[in-house]
Design a binder for this molecule. Structure first.
Ligand SMILES: [Zn+2]
Ligand SMILES: [Zn+2]
Length: 334
C-alpha cells in the first residue's frame, strides 16, 4: 500500500471468486467485489458474498464509501446488498450513498433449447427487477426487523441512507435484452464527483441484461472493471488506454471436468453453453487487454476460483503487459 493511503488511486480486490457459491479457500474466498479508492474515499463495484466484511478487513467502512456500482443483477454480484442495507446504513451518517446499477430487464429471457419443460416464473407480475426495485424488495423482506428498530428506538429506515438509481441508457443505443445486449456504443457517464468520473458501457453477458463494464477516471489514472461478459468489443472500447483492466475469467476445461457428475446431460450442455457464451477465457481476456492497450491486466471473478494459477497465466500468451491474478484483499496501485 502507498505510504499515504489518503492520496492517489488504487484498487483492492475485496473478493475475487466468481459464481454463486462459497469457497472457503484462503487466497480466493470472498465473492466478487472491488473497492476503488481515490484520495482515501471508496467506490465499490459489485457486492458479492462477504464484500462488506472484506471492506472492514481492508480498513474501511460505509462511512468511507462515496458510491456503489452494480454491474448486473446476478446473485454472486449482489448477495451482499442486504448486508450493506441493514448493517451499513448506520455508518453512512447524514447523507445518502448513491447505489447505481442496471434497470429492470423488462422481459423474461428466452427459454433454453435444452429445456424439457416450461419453468414456473418467480414473481410473474414483475419477474426481472433492476437495482432500485431489488433494494425496495430487500427492505420489504426485512420489514419485521426494520419496523422493530424504527418503533422501538427511532432508527431510520435503512433505505433512506442510499440513493438508488437505475442506469438509463442513452436514447440512441439500440439495446434489446433478448436480441441485442451489447450494441456498438460509446461509454457514457453515470457518476461524477470532484475525485472521479465513472462511465459505463453495455457488455455481452447474455441472457443477463443489461450488464455493464465500468471505467473510473481520476487525475491519477484509470481503472476498468469488465463485469461479467463474453469477449466483447465494447469492453475493448471502454478499456482503451486504461492503467488497470480488471477482467473476468473462466477456465472452460476445468468447468467441463467439474460438470461430468451432473446426471442430466442436457442441463450440463445448457450450463456449458452459457459459460462459453457469457464468460471469457484467460487468453481472450489477454486479447481484450492487448487490443485496448491496457497497461496491466488483473484477472478476477475467477471461475472456478480454485483453478491452478498456471492456467490463468495463459493470459500472458495474448497480452504483452503485466498480468496479475487477483487474490482477496490484494492492492493494485495506479
Ligand atoms: Zn458473476
Ligand atoms: Zn453474471
Amino acid at each position: 500500500m502507498a505510504e499515504d493511503s489518503n492520496v492517489g488511486m488504487r484498487a483492492i480486490t475485496l473478493g475475487a471468486a466468481g459464481g454463486p457459491k462459497w469457497w472457503g479457500r484462503n487466497d480466493v474466498d470472498a465473492g466478487i467485489s472491488t473497492a476503488i479508492i481515490v484520495d482515501g474515499r471508496v467506490y465499490l463495484v459489485d457486492l458479492g458474498s462477504g464484500a462488506s466484511r472484506q471492506l472492514a478487513r481492508a480498513g474501511y467502512g460505509y462511512s468511507d464509501v462515496e458510491a456503489v456500482f452494480i454491474t448486473h443483477m446476478h446473485s454472486d454480484h449482489t448477495v451482499d446488498l442486504a448486508s450493506m442495507l441493514l448493517f451499513g446504513y448506520s455508518d453512512v451518517g447524514p447523507r445518502q450513498v448513491p447505489v447505481i446499477g442496471p434497470a429492470a430487464r423488462g422481459k423474461l429471457p428466452p427459454l433454453t433449447e435444452f429445456a424439457n419443460s416450461q419453468p414456473n416464473t418467480v414473481r410473474a407480475d414483475e419477474p426481472t427487477p433492476g437495482i432500485a426495485e431489488t433494494l425496495k424488495r430487500l427492505e420489504g423482506a426485512y420489514s419485521t426487523d426494520i419496523n422493530d428498530r424504527m418503533f422501538d428506538y427511532g432508527s431510520p429506515s435503512p433505505l433512506e441512507s442510499f440513493a438508488v438509481t437505475d442506469i438509463a441508457l442513452p436514447a440512441t443505443v439500440p439495446f434489446d435484452a433478448n436480441n441485442n445486449v451489447a450494441p456498438e456504443m460509446e461509454p457514457f457517464v453515470v457518476f461524477e464527483d470532484p475525485r472521479v468520473r465513472v462511465s459505463a458501457i453495455l457488455v455481452d453477458h447474455h441472457p443477463t441484461a443489461p450488464a455493464f463494464a465500468f471505467r473510473f477516471d481520476s487525475r491519477y489514472g484509470s481503472i476498468v472493471i469488465s463485469g461479467d461478459t463474453g469477449y466483447c468489443e465494447n469492453t475493448i472500447r471502454i478499456a482503451e488506454g486504461s492503467d488497470l483492466l480488471f477482467h473476468e475469467a473462466i477456465d472452460l476445461q476445468v468447468m467441463e471436468v467439474r460438470m461430468r457428475h451432473y446426471p442430466d446431460p442436457k442441463r450440463r450442455e445448457a450450463i456449458m453453453s452459457h459459460h462459453r457464451r457469457a464468460h471469457t477465457t484467460a487468453e481472450d481476456a489477454g486479447r481484450v487487454a492487448q487490443s485496448a492497450g491496457a497497461k496491466a491486466l488483473v484477472l478476477h471473478h475467477l471461475v472456478p476460483a480454485d483453478t491452478p494459477l498456471a492456467n490463468w497465466q495463459q493470459a500472458s500468451n495474448t497480452f504483452d503487459g503485466l498480468v496479475h491474478i487477483a487474490e482477496d484483499l490484494a492492492v493494485f496501485e495506479v
